[in-house]
Design a protein around this ligand. Structure first.
Ligand SMILES: Cc1cc2nc3c(=O)[nH]c(=O)nc-3n(C[C@H](O)[C@H](O)[C@H](O)COP(=O)(O)O)c2cc1C
Length: 175
């Protein structure tokens, strides 16, 4: 059977997009048809798709507002489809905060939203101080200092566990 999948994402510095691209490549290897859209560019009907995957990063404690609005607007349709959601954030670099039930942003997100995806996952993102504007850099340094992470202003660390992304891709394939 021909399954049609869409991945919809919100990514500011590109890490969520990088994860989406890896997932798309993996699903395409299994001959699945995949569309990829940023939330700003998504104007299709979700009823055209069998599987809907939504990915968003955390900025200052929250997921992208357009993603939240999209989910709230389409929750009935989403609840009738095979769906997956993943969050990308830096707190998830900590082993004790890297599952959907232990990552504070994911836990809070599903308390405030009336949607139950078939699969939920959380990935650690990327830290790259040199990319951040002054204010953001100071804020992230502060957050990292609070959480015992690196604060040197040339730190550039990709915490994403690509094996975990691959395992999620396998789950998506089998969805
Ligand atoms: C301005 C800014 C605010 C952020 N706020 C948080 C935060 O509150 N908690 C957290 O765990 N990570 C936070 N992060 C880290 C991002 O979630 C992480 O860098 C992620 O890889 C970004 O993904 P993206 O490039 O797809 O947007 C923040 C990053 C930036 C640049």
């Amino acid at each position: 059977m021909d399954t049609k999948t869409v991945i919809i994402y919100a990514s500011t510095d590109g890490q969520t997009l990088k994860i989406c691209n890896a997932l798309r490549a993996q699903l395409q290897q299994n001959n699945q048809k995949i569309d990829l859209f940023s939330i700003e560019d998504f104007n299709e009907k979700i009823t055209n798709y069998d599987k809907i995957i939504i990915g968003a990063s955390i900025r200052y404690g929250v997921h992208n507002k357009n993603i939240i609005d999209f989910i709230n607007t389409h929750k009935e349709q989403l609840n009738n489809k095979k769906t997956a959601f993943f969050s990308v954030n830096l707190v998830a670099r900590k082993p004790e905060k890297n599952t959907p039930s232990t990552n504070p942003y994911v836990v809070k997100f599903f308390k405030t939203i009336d949607w139950k995806p078939t699969i939920v996952e959380v990935f650690a993102g990327k830290l790259d101080y040199q990319k951040y504007p002054f204010f953001d850099k100071i804020m992230i340094q502060f957050i990292m200092w609070m959480t015992k992470g690196p604060t040197n202003s040339d730190a550039k660390i990709e915490y994403t566990n690509w094996e975990k992304v691959k395992a999620f891709g396998v789950q998506l394939s089998n969805l």
